[in-house]
Design a protein around this ligand. Structure first.
Ligand code: SF4
Length: 300
């Protein structure tokens, strides 16, 4: 019963950096390892290998107390504003929780800070005593944003932070995040499967497939000149709201293979329209093919 029958490499050989005040968009289909990357960066999941550095300091193996100041600098906004807030806790207490855990401020000062945070994210201080079910989906995600901001972080990992919201509300929350970034010089790791949202908010984008980054470049290059067949297929699948625009339909077929048994060679070869015999054997390395544009494909 206790035998190990296999290993899943949810994320393998992923490497990236995020500058101050910058947003790195991390895109890919469900199950490609995006969330694992986000949580590993925050050390909510321990990496089995590799290094996580914050402002040059290696935090990969820091103990709980040494990690504490870095934890304050790095926060997360979860996908589901319904399940990520405790239904029995008042909104103000949810936002105050990180301050309490880190022993910041007295009770009165915490309440003042929470009221200020409520105003910052577009909620009223009078709503601090309400329970999560008394808020709409968008307002709940604003509570999640306020909680993430409480400790004045430098980096926020947004794990599909708008995916569960209505489209009209998504835009409001995205605009709020961009406004906060501008004012507070925040850095974001923005995880999403929605390319339109990623294009709007990101400065640079990393595309993931089955645990590996297959393309990594600035937003303009990625959306105007994608070089990896998977990115090309993802972009082709985005609907264009203009009946005059005809796109070459090269939509990727089939499902993402199981990470328990990934295909050999290039992981994408089972779905790639350009696959060659060597793609089934050799795994392409992520390499710079143009200035600032990295791709993992034998054809580039
Ligand atoms: Fe397709 Fe081969 Fe490039 Fe992989 S290496 S994306 S299978 S062409």
């Amino acid at each position: 019963m206790r035998r190990t029958v296999g290993q899943v490499y949810a994320v393998d050989g992923v490497s990236f950096e995020i500058g101050a005040g910058e947003t790195l968009g991390l895109v890919g289909e469900s199950g490609c390892g995006k969330t694992t990357v986000g949580r590993t960066v925050l050390r909510l999941i321990e990496p089995t290998a590799g290094r996580i550095e914050v402002e040059g300091k290696d935090i990969t193996h820091l103990g709980r107390s040494e990690l504490r100041p870095f934890r304050r600098q790095m926060q997360i906004i979860f996908q589901d504003p319904f399940s990520s807030l405790n239904p029995r806790t008042r909104a103000g207490d949810i936002v105050a929780e990180p301050l309490r855990i880190h022993g910041v401020h007295s009770k009165e000062e915490r309440r003042e800070r929470v009221a200020q945070l409520f105003g910052r994210v577009g909620l009223r201080a009078a709503q601090m005593d309400a329970f999560p079910h008394q808020f709409s989906g968008g307002q709940r995600q604003r509570i999640g944003v306020a909680r993430a901001l409480a400790l004045n972080p430098r980096l926020i990992v947004g794990d599909e932070p708008v995916s569960a919201l209505d489209v009209s509300i998504q835009a409001q929350v995205i605009n709020l995040l961009m406004e906060l970034q501008r004012d507070l010089k925040l850095s974001y790791l923005f995880i999403s499967h929605n390319l339109a949202v990623v294009e709007h908010i990101s400065h640079r984008v990393a595309v993931m497939y089955l645990g590996r980054i297959v393309e990594y470049t600035d937003k303009v290059s990625l959306f105007q000149r994608p070089l990896h067949p998977y990115t090309e297929a993802l972009l082709n699948a985005v609907p264009v709201p203009d009946p005059r625009v005809r796109r070459e339909k090269r939509v990727v077929q089939g499902d993402v293979p199981s990470p328990l048994n990934p295909p050999p060679g290039c992981h994408f070869h089972t779905r790639c329209p350009y696959a060659e015999p060597r793609c089934k054997i050799d795994s392409p390395l992520l390499r710079e093919v143009e200035a600032g544009h990295q791709v993992a494909c034998h054809l580039r």
